[in-house]
Design a binder for this molecule. Structure first.
Ligand SMILES: [Zn+2]
Length: 1032
């Protein structure tokens, strides 16, 4: 069921040996001078034993040597299906592993979500965008000359009928489509030569549209097409939406041919196909290298020896055996790890293993934790480590006999022997200062400067806290939350509050020395909410009045974080600061900022400065916070530039979340804010965490992206990590991998629970290895690839010109596809574009990434918004990044009121809309309800309870409750879409042909961008041309 001709060949035919791509052209991997890692991007061979500050992780010895698996190849097969002769029944209600009590775990069963924050890089190393070899694609390297003649001449090949399924899932544009002739005041989504001289508009040269399934080819000039408004400095090789001046249009005007959008791979079709084949089923993780269902497919996951894809997803589930192969294909080898992912209630939560004072069983050499990859030998007295091959004695308390196939008799009774994921109770060795941690504290810090009082924000926050504090997270078996709370307000000075339960009135203490903040009280500052409830409510009632007459406009910011951290330090506990802030902190104090937003930097080599913090105060503050387990979550309410790049740094590096509400208006935005606040307070979270990735021999983790901090090359430190945060890890070879032993990954997170228990959470995953490129391509996951590309690119913007980053992305896309074409696909005409099945939608998703405002150098987009989105993406998991880059667009007018299943999504293009239709669009941050001018009145009545289109009030941010099935179903669908996402999406009602439609149209990502960025069709053509050049 390949899609429309783009996978015209058996996708995974045998590699054709001997056709290597000629190296020198595609940057890094190919360039012999960069055969190794580029300087600065590869971490030194991992000192596994480097101490974490605070000595939280017991140290391991030096890394294992490069030896391969010896005779334990069989073991290394992971869990071949036959090892599970009778797989436990997939019964969500009855855990398969009855011997342990399932009620003991699941610290994170809460479906709450969040996501954000980022990781910053300056302290990692000089960041070149990784995995791109030298990190610098010389702009002049391999710029497209005139298209090579044989490739771009001749007529398109006729479609291969057996391959096509014309329009099988994509709705053809209705006759009244927006860009129908003369119908719409909007610029049609067809392509203009904005700013480019030369040929007449496309239409003039328009040829009869190709048949569906028709291949790319012939006469197309990728240098034409719809490349965004032209930008300065064009020596860009890739016109696709990027700076490209006329000077680059080297080739003569080409015959233009516009592809039929229905003939190119559709994300919707790929998503729907996967749902159709794998949706609603049980996915058991019992075999090595298995490619899981897509993130968009709902299924039940059963842990049978490998971590659930909810915890770990990989860019490919089959690693190439050698680094040469990896360089040849240029497919990044990476895992996106969400260690605290929310598990649906019909899946088994994690078991908790408690070995008492003995603590977890670990390999003596590499310190890997006991897991299904350990092979027991010598009658059960010893075991060989799957990661470093070291043979260890089994500790006496852990001894067990083996059965006739060499498996321990208690195999199914011990989670750590048979499951991919589980938790250990950590012993005192794993605690700071060898003593049990105190439960965490939450400190609420409210900016009470003039504007926040005046617009009612302070009152809103205080009112909300009175109810939401009842919902502080707690351990499952506990009745009340162990989390203590404290309160600070601030403008130019800080006010601490004593809310001790025996006080009749709260007491305020003012700290005016913001240069060196100290904590003026210990007793009574952090309290149990239940015990001090009346004093706290009293305080929350008083705060808005207390500052009602204040005219103070200036605020501090760094001292606020400092104060919170010092308070946690004094109380000797980890915790989280909730800061509610509105303005650029201009008051005299450390971390004081000035307005340095300079649009003139855009499109220059200095553009990166806009993404960097303006002072190093925040960097060192973040470091201190991480060292003390202080996570910072920031709610920002800016009405102008506030320097998100600086203010957001600490939240980013401490595993916190940044929420931003531009021009906050009480009646429009409070619901969104309150939902975010509730969700953030209630969500399950682990504190004072340190993560370590161990791998089997031959490869290792070399780079990390996320809300993390690293003092060395291996220990990933996080002040906190919640259920929505993901860390993306890149791997590189340092030796050959063996096909029989595969590639094993173990992620261990040591952390403190919300109840103050020290635990280890372990996730194990086994991948295949192959010396066949085709196997590698077959096992790729495009959604994870895009997550990796986005994070590596967004990390690189701090250090490299955006133009270079965009070029590298386009280069690498073309290279990956060209390598497939050359080595894996069946022979076919050169003009044919052939995409591997697993990467069918790579070009469209890559184009969405390239068009994201972070990478798009346009003065129209606010600097703060770009810094904000950069930060958000850095901690996203795969599902969130997929939706963020390719929004969900639902034709609501086709809603079936008898079902809560949302209608099948359609592609994000204006041509898919119709003026008789109503469409819902969501990307995880924003939600729009778009109404065509001829929307059926009965639907308008059903949704809004008004008689006509003209009567609809677009000011609302939630739909009214109208008592009919249509309204109920729609509201249900909206809430289902919202539920799975970390951020509350503000609903915007958009009427066709009214001003706000411009905002909505930015999310129609298959079309040419409003501010530049090519359409999907044009980008595909551009990539195809690059591929053709590479193949020549
Ligand atoms: Zn080991």
């Amino acid at each position: 069921m390949s899609q429309q001709g783009y996978v015209a060949t058996p996708p995974y035919s045998q590699a054709q040996p001997g056709i290597g791509l000629s190296p020198p052209h595609y940057g890094h991997y190919g360039d012999p001078s960069h055969a190794g890692s580029p300087p600065g991007m590869m971490k030194p061979a991992g000192p596994l034993g480097v101490a974490a500050p605070g000595g939280m992780l017991p140290q391991g010895p030096s890394p294992p040597g490069p030896q391969q698996f010896g005779q334990n190849g069989a073991h290394a097969q992971g869990h071949p299906p036959q090892r599970f002769p009778g797989p436990p029944p997939v019964n969500s209600a009855a855990p398969s592993y009855t011997p342990y009590s399932p009620s003991t775990q699941s610290s994170y069963p809460n479906p709450a979500s969040t996501a954000s924050v980022t990781q910053m890089a300056s302290q990692l190393n000089a960041m070149h965008i990784n995995s791109y070899g030298s990190g610098m694609a010389p702009p002049g390297q391999g710029p497209p000359g005139p298209p090579s003649a044989p490739l771009f001449q001749g007529l398109p090949r006729p479609p291969q009928p057996s391959i096509m399924q014309p329009g099988s899932q994509v709705l053809p544009p209705p006759p009244t489509a927006l860009n129908g002739p003369g119908a719409s005041p909007l610029p049609p989504s067809t392509h203009r030569q904005d700013g480019l001289p030369g040929p007449a508009p496309l239409n003039a040269q328009y040829q009869p549209p190709p048949l569906p399934g028709q291949t790319l080819g012939t006469g197309y000039s990728p240098q034409q097409g719809s490349y965004g408004p032209q930008m300065a400095g064009g020596q860009l090789s890739y016109p696709g939406g990027f700076p490209g001046g006329p000077a680059q249009l080297a080739g003569p005007p080409q015959l233009q041919k516009k592809l039929d959008p229905d003939s190119i791979p559709s994300p919707i079709q790929v998503i729907e196909n996967d749902r159709a084949t794998r949706g609603g089923q049980v996915y058991a993780t019992n075999s090595r290298g298995q490619v899981p269902p897509l993130v968009t497919t709902d299924c039940v996951i059963q842990d049978q020896g490998n971590a659930s894809p909810r915890y770990i997803r990989c860019t490919t589930y089959c690693f190439p055996c050698t680094s040469d192969m990896a360089k040849q294909a240029q497919i990044p080898l990476a895992a996106v790890i969400k260690p605290f992912a929310t598990i649906p209630s019909n899946e088994t939560p994690l078991y908790l293993v408690n070995h008492g004072e003995n603590g977890p069983v670990r390999c003596n050499r590499c310190k890997a934790y006991m897991c299904p990859f350990m092979q027991f030998i010598e009658g059960g007295r010893r075991y060989q480590c799957g990661f470093c091959n070291c043979v260890n004695d089994v500790p006496p308390f852990y001894f067990q006999h083996l059965d006739h196939i060499g498996r321990r008799l208690d195999h199914y009774e011990k989670p750590e022997l048979s499951l991919g994921s589980y938790e250990y109770v950590a012993t005192l060795d794993y605690c700071r200062k060898n003593k049990p941690p105190n439960p965490p504290a939450f400190i609420f810090m409210i900016d009470v400067s003039y504007s926040n009082i005046k617009n009612g924000l302070v009152k809103l926050i205080c009112e909300e806290l009175k109810t939401v504090l009842d919902k502080l997270p707690k351990e499952e078996q506990e009745e009340t939350s162990a989390i203590r709370v404290g309160f600070i307000t601030y403008n130019k000075v800080l006010h601490f509050f004593n809310v001790k339960s025996n006080l009749a009135q709260p007491q305020m203490m003012v700290v005016t020395d913001v240069g060196e903040v100290f904590v003026p009280l210990l007793d009574g500052f952090l309290v149990n909410y239940q015990e001090s409830q009346s004093v706290i409510h009293n305080l929350l009632d008083q705060i808005p009045e207390m500052f009602a007459d204040s005219n103070e406009n200036e605020t501090v910011f760094a001292p606020v974080i400092q104060a919170g951290m010092e308070a946690l330090k004094a109380a000797d506990c980890p915790g989280k600061l909730f800061i509610f802030h509105s303005s650029l902190p201009t008051a005299e104090a450390p971390g004081k900022l000035k307005n340095r937003d300079d649009k003139k930097l855009i499109n220059t080599d200095k553009e990166k400065i806009l993404f960097q913090p303006q002072t190093n105060v925040y960097d060192s503050l973040a470091k201190d916070c991480v060292a003390h387990g202080c996570c910072v979550t920031l709610f920002l309410f800016p009405s102008q530039y506030v320097d998100v790049a600086s203010l957001g740094l600490v939240p980013q590096l401490t595993g916190g979340t940044l929420y931003k509400y531009n021009n906050f208006q009480m009646h429009m935005d409070s619901q969104q804010f309150l939902n975010d606040l509730r969700n953030d307070i209630e969500k399950k979270i682990g504190f004072d965490a340190i993560m370590r990735i161990r791998t089997s021999t031959g490869f290792r983790a070399t780079d990390f992206f996320g809300g993390i901090f690293m003092n060395n090359t291996t220990d990933v430190e996080m002040a906190a990590i919640d259920c929505d945060k993901a860390v993306t890890v890149e791997f590189k070879h340092d030796d050959k991998l063996a096909e029989d032993s595969g590639a094993l990954i173990q992620c261990a997170v040591l952390y403190t629970t919300i109840g103050g228990q020290r635990r280890l959470r372990i996730h194990n995953l086994s991948l295949n290895c192959s010396s066949q490129l085709a196997d590698l391509y077959k096992s790729c996951e495009t959604d994870a690839l895009i997550n990796f590309f986005a994070k590596s690119a967004f990390k690189a913007v701090l250090h490299q010109p955006l133009k270079v980053i965009r070029e590298i992305l386009v280069n690498q896309t073309a290279h990956m596809l060209a390598c497939y074409r050359k080595n894996c696909a069946s022979p076919s005409a050169a003009s044919q574009l052939i995409l591997p099945d697993s990467m069918k939608v790579l070009p469209v998703y890559m184009n969405c990434l390239l068009k994201n405002c972070v990478l798009l150098s346009r003065p129209e987009i606010s600097t703060d918004e770009r810094a904000y989105q950069r930060q958000l993406v850095m901690t996203m998991g795969v599902a969130d990044s997929q939706l963020f880059f390719y929004p969900q667009l639902l034709p609501i007018h086709t809603l079936d009121v008898k079902s809560t299943a949302p209608p099948t999504a359609i592609r994000c293009s204006e041509s898919r809309l119709s003026e008789e239709g109503i469409f819902l669009l969501a990307n995880g941050l924003n939600m729009f309800l778009w109404l065509g001018v001829s929307s059926p009145p009965e639907l308008i009545q059903g949704i809004f309870n008004v008689p006509s289109f003209a009567h609809i009030n677009t000011d609302m941010t939630t739909l009214p409750e109208v008592g009919n099935p249509y309204s109920q179903t729609l509201r249900m669908i909206i809430s289902i879409i919202q539920q799975k996402r970390p951020y509350s999406m503000k609903l915007t009602i958009v009427k066709q042909r009214e001003q706000p439609e411009m905002v909505f149209r930015q999310f129609l990502v298959e079309d040419k961008g409003l501010y530049g960025g090519s359409s999907y069709v044009d980008f595909l053509c551009c990539v195809h041309k690059e591929i053709c050049q590479l193949l020549n």
